[in-house]
Ligand binder design. Sequence first.
Ligand SMILES: Cc1cc2nc3c(=O)[nH]c(=O)nc-3n(C[C@H](O)[C@H](O)[C@H](O)COP(=O)(O)OP(=O)(O)OC[C@H]3O[C@@H](n4cnc5c(N)ncnc54)[C@H](O)[C@@H]3O)c2cc1C
Length: 490
Amino acid sequence: MNRPKAIVIGGGLGGLATALRLAGRNWDVTVYEQGATMGGKMNSWTREGFKFDTGPSLLTMPWIFSELFESVGEQINDHVRFQPVEPLAHYVFDDGIGFQVSASLPQWLKTLRNLEPQGERRFLEFMHLGARLFTLSVHTFFRRSPFETPDREALVALRHMPFRRAWGRYDRTIHSFFKSPHLRRMYERFPTYVGSSPYHIPATLTLIPFLEHAFGGWYVKGGLYCIVESLVGLLEKRGVALCTGQRVHRIISRKEQIKGIELENGAFHGCDVAIMNGDASLARVLLRQPGAIALSESDRSLSCFVLLIGIKCRLSDLAHHTVYFSADYREEFAELFNRRRFPQDPTVYVSMPSKGDRTIAPPNGETLFIMANAPANDSDAWDEQKIASARHRVFQRLRKSGFPDIERDIVVSTVWTPRRMAESYNMPGGAIYGTHSHGWRRAFLRPPNKDRRHRGLYYVGGSTHPGGGTPTVLMSAHITSELIRKYEGA
Ligand SMILES: Cc1cc2nc3c(=O)[nH]c(=O)nc-3n(C[C@H](O)[C@H](O)[C@H](O)COP(=O)(O)OP(=O)(O)OC[C@H]3O[C@@H](n4cnc5c(N)ncnc54)[C@H](O)[C@@H]3O)c2cc1C
């Protein structure tokens, strides 16, 4: 009997995970990736003994990764080694105050008591809200496509909505729990995990800091790209065709039934289902729908400006993850979303995975991932002058916050601008998470995992339901592969 055939458009994490789940159910799967390597935004760059992750630097909810491996009869520990990060992060503020968030609850409660007299009680209440939101999400949002009729489990869970402080705006809920300006600022940062502003997203997303406190932050020995490499190995073992440097030019649908895809070189490949892992908004363009355009600028999540830097000295005092806050966070987000420009004074995130993993840097060196948020604009050319200006602002913030002077110790470096991301991963303006999550509709009614019109067309990845970030993308792959089982009968 002929095996059903699936074509995955894009070899990002969600595309690879869906391919693996389908291959495990005996589908004949081909992945077409336009880039030179698999992994999409979860990618890697190696130079002169320095190995960098170019995208994700921190993982949460590690069991979601384990579940993917288990779905095809594998144990994750046989392939990659997850390591807990401690402290979770070090935060440095413009007024010179700094503190570490420990994954150890007693340690963190001690820090909280110093920051705010009622801090411990308020934090526990905050975690209680997070726990309720998490339980609700596990039974609804994380498990199912929003447009599927809710089953009994989802209905039972939904009965418990609404609850106090889960409605309204994210920053207001944070302010209702915490009085310390430093705690408020620290928690206001988490919406950037979904490329959004704390001043516009719904309070329900207070779930994000809960996940980090409750389940920790994780790193993978050898770099997070090892996850992609192990998925590629598993896919090859199961006979999945992995084609790099092949851009899908068109999705062919006849009488609203998917027939196949056409590559840029004109070759046609037939399939029973096509799964779009590139930005969901681009499927309409690939289907040649009249008037179809990519995601509009005002709907886009944040992009970023990243410097990958290898240095020939050790920075023993620096934590694995450090955030250096700008002087005026509200102004920074007004610049990013309203005035759509790179901030004058950006908040800068520095990840130094070589702190605990000496396999990714030369003996006397460190690998630094330095990132600031940037708007996802089409018109920003990101020429040398703009790059130099953004770099200057990033280093100005670092210097002001007491970061050591590393300029003379730089051995290797490269820069990722929104433009480079847009071109490398075919993502509108370099928006990392597709649509932002401002307002209920955008946060919770993201593009569905199954096309409403074309039979046989599905979606997976950060731009679709349930959203961006690596564990969420793996949930998306689970939801999509279950929809394929339901609607295609295999
Ligand atoms: C700088 C940065 C930092 C991040 N930090 C974190 C973090 O710390 N923790 C975390 O969990 N997440 C983080 N993320 C987000 C995370 O990387 C993404 O949410 C996730 O990797 C996206 O996976 P995806 O399945 O949506 O695929 P993507 O990575 O978006 O890949 C889609 C792929 O489709 C390909 N494609 C598009 N169109 C076509 C076409 N027509 N034909 C062929 N191929 C096509 C693209 O080239 C791309 O490779 C970060 C992302 C970035 C960029």
